[in-house]
Design a protein around this ligand. Structure first.
Ligand code: BMA
Length: 348
């Protein structure tokens, strides 16, 4: 058992976690699922067609793993940018398109590949957004080169939280990183300017930070501030937290899906609500997760016990949460936006 695995506490709010033995005729059991021997009130529903994208054994660059996609819904079509690994184990980013968000056609070749020593080990975990008619992708560059003060952060190399721009989602131009020389990833752009400036969430270990920029190229330290971090006393997000897909704008605030793990390295998804005008202000952050590994392909894979999401587009009032299962395949889970917002606003 992990050191931060505290005993379960019984709450009395509307979003109480209910015991197994609860017998109430008004209680719709099918809507609730088990979480650590209790019944979770809010949980994403897996799509029956899961996993919705698999490695392609005929491909040199995506024969081993496809995972952690960014997905954008634009002009009635779902566009997916996904991370893939093949024979050389270097991550590349592929593109796929779908009418229904479940069945996909993919391009034969990747749309983003390593270019130099800063990303020679791979381009990872794309998140995609449209701002003022232009498409942007945030992704992690992992390379053999490390440029920064002190020791290298990653096995003699380093990572960069990069931004790229595209007019069409296929051809990408690199703009540059948000910061250099540190362990920083999980960055994602807000879908509009806030107070006239571009805004991004990023993860500067161990906390989630906010950053502003006038042009998406210059990101000043003075325009960065921490928002929240791991909760030491909370059983599932006590060790590390990070960002998921593009923040969802609602009348009550920015709805954020996030991920976290405990000392046993089990990745789960949670939710938080941030102030619309000042996203450094957390309105509420429910203590319980909304999704966790259960299927064989989430419990096992290239990395076990992982559900990791970089995309949560909203279509017709439903949130489509795309995620990597076990760093090996791609799954889809959904929920109604109003239900998740209600949970994010009101749950303890
Ligand atoms: C994180 C990222 C993700 C990965 C996850 C689980 O640090 O690198 O790409 O899915 O670990 O292995």
């Amino acid at each position: 058992m992990s050191s931060c695995d505290s005993r379960f506490t019984f709450h009395t709010s509307r979003f109480t976690i209910l015991r197994f033995t609860f017998h109430d005729p008004t209680f719709h059991a099918s809507r609730f699922t088990h979480l650590r021997g209790v019944i979770a009130r809010m949980k994403l529903q897996r799509h029956p067609a899961n996993p919705i994208l698999l490695p392609d054994p005929t491909s040199d660059w995506e024969c081993y793993n496809v995972f952690n996609p960014g997905v954008l819904y634009h002009n009635g079509v779902f566009h997916m940018l996904y991370r893939a690994q093949g024979l050389d184990w270097v991550s590349r980013i592929g593109y796929a398109v779908s009418e229904d968000g479940v069945h996909w056609n993919r391009l034969r070749r990747p749309v983003l590949e390593p270019m130099d020593g800063t990303d020679s080990r791979g381009v990872e975990d794309p998140r995609v957004v449209e701002i003022d008619g232009v498409f942007y992708m945030t992704y992690t560059a992992y390379g053999r080169e490390f440029h920064g003060p002190g020791e290298s952060t990653h096995n003699g190399g380093g990572i960069l939280p990069m931004i790229a721009r595209s007019p069409n989602l296929i051809t990408w131009e690199r703009l540059g990183p948000i910061v250099r020389g540190e362990d920083n990833k999980d960055h994602v752009l807000f879908p509009r300017r806030i107070g006239g400036r571009y805004a991004a969430l990023h993860r500067r270990r161990p906390r989630v930070w906010l950053a502003y920029s006038d042009d998406l190229i210059t990101w000043r330290e003075a325009d960065m501030a921490p928002i929240y971090g791991p909760r030491e006393d909370n059983w599932w997000d006590c060790t590390s937290v990070g960002n998921n897909g593009v923040p969802i704008e609602t009348e009550h605030g920015w709805l954020l899906l996030n991920h976290a793990y405990d000392d046993d390295h089990i990745y789960r998804l949670g939710v938080a609500l941030l102030d619309l005008d000042d996203p450094t202000q957390v309105i509420n952050r429910p203590t319980e997760p909304i999704f966790w590994p259960e299927e064989l392909w989430e419990l096992r894979g290239d990395v076990p016990n992982v559900v990791f999401s970089c995309a949560n587009p909203v279509v017709d009032g439903m949130i489509y949460v795309y995620y990597g299962g076990g760093d090996h395949v791609i799954g889809l889970a959904t929920c109604r936006l109003d239900e998740l917002l209600d949970f994010a606003l009101n749950a303890e």
